[in-house]
Design a protein around this ligand. Sequence first.
Ligand code: ARG
Length: 473
Amino acid sequence: MAAPEKPWGGRFEQDTDPAVERFTASVHVDRELARYDIRGSIAHARMLGRTGVIPEADADELVRGLEEIGREVEAGTLPLDPRLEDIHMNVESRLRDRIGPVAGRLHTGRSRNDQVATDLALYLRDAARAMRAGLLELRRVLVRRATEHLDTILPGYTHLQRAQPVRLAHHWLAFFEMLGRDAGRFADLDRRLALSPLGSGALAGTTLPLDRDDTARALGFAGPTRNSMDAVGARDGALEFLAACAIAMVHLSRLAEELVLWSSSEFGFVELADAYATGSSLMPQKKNPDVPELVRGKTGRVIGDLVALLTIVKGLPLTYNRDLQEDKEPVFDAAGTLRDSLAVLAGALATLTVRTGRMRAAAEDPLLLATDLAEALVREAVPFREAHEVVGRIVAHCVSTGADLRTLSHDALRRFHPAFPSGADDLLSLERALERRNLPGATARVRVLEALAAAETELAKEAGSLTAAQEIP
Ligand code: ARG
């Protein structure tokens, strides 16, 4: 194929070196922006016609051609040539093939700098909604499984040491909260991407009488950006998106880590469904938690995506610099990775077998109720520090003699402290221990029921605001 003409070729006498063509090309990456690029170009072309900057009939031609190319994009048949650098020049060149020289009017008053900033903002707004939709799905599964396991009791851990008994529902609702904040971060980002960069030109605006309000509105923005130099050079929207992705992945990684731990023989709390586990090519007995392990592993890459773009942007003078072309790979990678991780974890959790007996047995560890015993003394007006010390000695006694904290008689307890009330043994039932933790946000049954109801309301609200969730490419 003959080398295509470069739209910027006028002042050049030599052809671009092929190695440079390969090095500067980005269409293998920014092809993902194609549908946004076409949307932006259609809005721009219509506005050019409406304002009389170009003849209306030409604008109609441009729109018709762009719509055809849009159909090629959706069908996956748009030919892409890396010698035309990026998606913007590929679309423009395709337009020329289809409608002839009138295509040369499309780029009037526009630069690829404001064009790509607009494409990226449109992409990020859709992607933020897609991430919220994925989070919503996983949060639905968490609530469903939590509801099912309202009365499943397991040890809660600090330092990965058994600490105090909790409901499994309470444990999983902790992740519901974390993922809810993640969804909030994506919703915030949507608001901060509300202004359209289109019409900022290369950096300083244009001498032509464009109507920036018109294109902004046509593309679903609240209005035009306020500073053209900021608009073409800023990438904090992408950075914020990456930060939200990285934080969400870190949350998924912690959930994944628990699935790995809990499915080990040592814990034996859960078993992954066959469809969400894999075998060993060597050891026939193995059933490996590769899905959560990979979620944990891919979290490293998404953190890397954030750090990559922060590093790309940090030393740049205003305004646009070609370094910024490197923004897309991390953004697309993070979006795709988070989307897929959310989907597989939702599936793994939905199909997980919970070994309630194993959890209960671990929670029966009598020492988990040591805090309750100390607080029983506090209720008898003993200062907490003193109570802590006393119960510490009781624990040491149990550990060295093998006695069970729960079956110590009232007399035995009173030998450690005279204030122990009678019926302190009754204090040590697991169910009662949970019921006593009855403050807002704690693990008593009514509190967890309240939390489940609140979660359902929140899910319905989020689903309502996401009815038009956009698929990202
Ligand atoms: N492919 C470029 C990018 O993604 C588009 C903008 C190029 N602008 C320029 N003046 N070379 O950043």
